[in-house]
Ligand binder design. Structure first.
Ligand SMILES: Nc1ncnc2c1ncn2[C@@H]1O[C@H](COP(=O)(O)OP(=O)(O)OP(=O)(O)O)[C@@H](O)[C@H]1O
Ligand SMILES: [Mg+2]
Length: 259
């Protein structure tokens, strides 16, 4: 067994008097999809921001492939191969897919002393990388704003993978998507994982988690309720853990159906 790609041990994060994380441990192996579940305010975003160098933990340690490290900035984490796709994606809707894919890292062509953006190479790589993720673009010139939500997520994921992500963090990538788009994104997660990348998939949706997850960690008020492997837990148990079972049972009772 090789060391996990990244391991966070007993992470604490306080914001003044607010204890957002109170001893959370999660590890991510190569080629696994580790789902992070939990209700609003559980600490999911705070946790992945700690993993991606946005926040410095108040306590605990971070190991990358077995060695203790600390990130001073998101850039440090990116250099270590940790890429985050946030829900707002940081894309420019009016620019083409290719421009968004490269964002300042464009391949250059030299003609004498001059350097040019090599459009044809950039376009070709963009089309190829998107096709690998199962998306056939009409044209690389297509504006990102005209893509569907799921396709946009895929551009962001393909970009992170192309630029060498070892750990890919997805913060609620399916929460704003319809059924078909969701299944596209889940299929993309599956492809990424098969490339040996470790995926951290944050979601509120137990079914989305069950569809692709290898391991599931549930957060509740800044603490882990535990980590379960695929096959050791079913959707109902996961749902119960997430919502603190009792509340949901009451809600089901009062609505007279299944939530
Ligand atoms: N910068 C901050 N300053 C103070 N408190 C914060 C800060 N960031 C997060 N918190 C608090 O930490 C707790 C966890 O928040 P976090 O955003 O991590 O939850 P979450 O699980 O991502 O929730 P959601 O599902 O709603 O996105 C909340 O109580 C939140 O108010
Ligand atoms: Mg959040």
């Amino acid at each position: 067994m090789s060391a996990p790609l990244i391991e966070l041990v007993e992470i604490e994060k306080h914001f003044g008097p607010v204890i957002a994380l109170n001893g959370v441990s999660v590890s991510v192996d190569a080629g696994e999809c580790h789902c992070l579940l939990g209700d609003n305010g559980a600490g999911k975003s705070t946790f992945i921001k700690t993993m991606s160098g946005v926040h410095k933990p108040t306590g605990g340690k971070i190991l990358a492939e077995g060695r203790e490290i600390s990130f001073d900035s998101p850039r440090d984490a990116m250099l270590a191969g940790i890429a985050t796709v946030y829900q707002d994606l940081a894309m420019i809707p009016l620019m083409s897919v290719t421009r968004n894919f490269w964002m300042g890292r464009e391949p250059q062509k030299r003609v004498g002393p001059f350097k040019f953006f090599d459009f044809s190479e950039a376009n070709e790589i963009t089309m190829t990388e998107m096709a690998k993720m199962g998306i056939r673009l009409r044209s690389p010139d297509q504006a990102v704003g005209t893509l569907s939500g799921g396709e946009r997520q895929t551009v962001a994921i393909a970009r992170a993978v192309y630029f060498g992500a070892k750990v890919l963090i997805l913060d609620e990538p399916t929460s704003a998507l319809g059924v078909r788009q969701t299944s596209n994104v889940l299929a993309t997660i599956d492809k990424v994982r098969k490339n040996g990348i470790g995926v951290v998939f944050i979601t509120h949706n137990v079914r989305h988690a069950m569809a692709v997850g290898d391991r599931f960690t549930v957060l509740n008020r800044g603490k882990t309720l535990g980590t379960a492997k695929r096959g050791d837990i079913n959707a109902e148990e996961l749902q119960d853990l997430m919502a603190g079972g009792q509340d949901l049972a009451q809600l089901e009772g009062s609505l007279g159906g299944t939530v």
